[in-house]
Design a protein around this ligand. Sequence first.
Ligand code: GDP
Length: 472
Amino acid sequence: SEVATMMDVPVTKVISACMSLGMMVTMNQRLDAETLSIVAEEFGYEVEFTTADVEDEKEEVVENPEDLKPRAPIVTVMGHVDHGKTSLLDYIREENVIAGESGGITQHIGAYGVQLSSGQKITFLDTPGHEAFTAMRARGAQVTDIAIIVIAADDDVMPQTKEAISHAQAAGVPIVFAINKSDLPTANPEKIKEKLAAMNLLVEDWGGKIQSHDISAKTGNGVKELLEKVLLEAELLDLKANPDKLSNGTVVEAYLDRGRGYVATILVQGGTLKIGDYVLAGRHSGKIKAMHDERGHEVKEAGPSTPVSILGLDGAPQAGDSFKVMEDEREAKDIAARRTQLQREQNVRTQRHITLDEIGRRIALGDFKELNIILKGDVDGSVEALTDSFQKLSTEEIQVNIIHKGVGAITESDVLLASASDAIIIGFNVRPQGNARQVADKEEIDIRTYSIIYDAINDLKDAMEGMLSPEL
Ligand code: GDP
């Protein structure tokens, strides 16, 4: 209705324009950026977006290469439950004391930085697991540079290990394997590496390119070498940021402290954050009154890859929300208010995800080149058969990617991965489990379940050809 008014055309015409694009809309519905542009064009208008309108889209700032300085890698630890993620993070936190600094890391702020004896630094996100990692990605945040995937050498490559690998790969984040619990007599690191090789993940010892190190998070054996391998991987990534500009980054966690007000831990990704800066973070804003590091020390400024907890926001933003320093306090407040308004109107995120019904149209529009699929099935045989058949449906126009496959029910973690990677989920003889259905509805993820292989393949084929009759 708003768009119709702006263009001075009857709202019914806008609705039918949307219908001709295959979208059933009501007059009060908000349209995404892409649809807005296409509809406006139909009526001879061109859409120009202002910052507040495209708030969810990342602004690509082109930096002058001369302004860029090296920055520390940001690392997430993932892996199967009980394989030693927390133990590894704890060991690194406790053992690493910055030269000349007495106290260790005392505060749990959601992320911490350590300095190796070589002087090089690494920043760790202190919430282990691929769920946290992918939940942030689903909010549009990509903070992790490298993933350490912990595998217990007395166990096996387990379902969550496979998930962690898929989640890291879907994000394009390089993996370093930590083969843990090597102190145990029952440990068999070679078996783990063999299993990885069978999954086409060749570690260095096996002639591959993926780094891996045998460690014990309990005794600390091998941890130093593991971190050196992480730094080696970081070197290849050539991580850089410009410290001399207004700061931006991502919220790691936030809460209300009775005595101090809202406390948010943020990870600075660009620029240098200073006390007194006016910050916009998600739907909140405020002037930074104080900043603390993971050692509980007050700091006056924080450069790229540094985590700090800040005081002064007028609310608690969500993990994965972006933050940036604003020159104009008014503007920051306005954008924060608009975001709150948007949230209230929609109560869901603005981004819509791909659905099977929509694939044909999107391919025809020519802006859709890759179809990401998460495939879950009841037995390995059918998962492999479907993987094969789906991949064979790839054409010159569109590539079908199975970004994750596995045996078992469709989980919340699958849905988050779909949300972060704009994928559809296909279940064969399995259904969504627990909260997965609710989260899928909220995130608008298309889940299709089948019990006949032929039906699954045909539906996908029809969808890609734009021939699928809408699901009733
Ligand atoms: P998470 O679920 O992956 O975070 O695993 P935890 O770090 O909680 O570890 C699970 C269990 O394995 C705990 O009882 C740890 O003490 C134990 N553990 C972790 N790392 C090692 C290790 O290197 N050697 C031995 N022997 N036990 C370990």
